[in-house]
Design a protein around this ligand. Sequence first.
Ligand code: PBG
Length: 327
Amino acid sequence: MELSNRPRRLRGNGILRKMVRETRIDPSSLVYPMFVMEGSNKKEEIPSMPGQYRYSVDRMEEKLAKLQKAGVNSVMFFGIPEHKDEMGSGAYAEDGIVQKAFRKAKETAPELYLIGDVCMCEYTSHGHCGILCGQEVDNDKTLEFLAKTALSQVRAGADMVAPSDMMDGRVAAIRRMLDQNGYSHTPIMSYAVKFASSFYGPFRDAAGSAPAFGDRKSYQMDYHNRREAIKEAMLDVEEGADILMVKPAMAYGDLIREVKDRTSLPLASYSVSGEYAMVKAAALAGFVDEAGIVCEMAVSAFRAGTDIYITYFAEELAEFMNEGRIG
Ligand code: PBG
């Protein structure tokens, strides 16, 4: 048979397959999201996320050490406060839970790079991502509080802040606050393209942050929209974001690619709690091969244009990369 092209020629040998591999990744691109809680000697499994835990600050070290050993050098902290109130005061309290976690991590794992998720939903009694005015989240009033939250995290030891609230103008407000206080070198990773998504369900169980009424559709994006994703990304570039993010990751590969092609900032994508929960549940039922699925999902995010992959599977993925299974 005369065939001018035989793509299989490049697939016949393992060395050759690796030689022509188009997507190359290593553990330095991974960020692990970690839940920290009040109390001492606590490590509680999150029911909808088997294998993921809420740690008290004195128990974080065991996970941080494992991550570092695998080559994951960056962690993003989410705080679960003991008390929540209307104004989300735990988000910007000097002795807030996440602030304590930053201080402790800087002490016990000083070489780790620490990122703070900046939002109010874990700290407000109503579970919304900002300050309410009646039943609505007041955008401009919330900006002050987000900026205060970012500053308090950086003062406690955060190396980078990542606003996830989806208020308009938050990147500029946070940038101004950090600059005015001598932190002009601290980068902002903006959750620029963040959708109102059912994929966040398990996170809200983990953090007890489901809204007490309504939903987040007046601030998070409608998942039918593609041009709006570009608009959000561009606005955050103008406001001074250093890194952009698309969230969720799985099911949003088209937008990862599109934002990547239209901007010049490093791009993160966040494989969220629902993605983790689905893989775990199917694997525990024996329906899929967990390792295979985890690798394929991660590579697809990188192939779409991800530079930085935020995932609850960070430690496992780093090990798969170290073993040469992917990479
Ligand atoms: C805070 C925040 C959320 C997530 C990251 N930051 C929850 C939400 O927006 O409801 C979701 C992460 C995940 O599902 O893993 N606003």
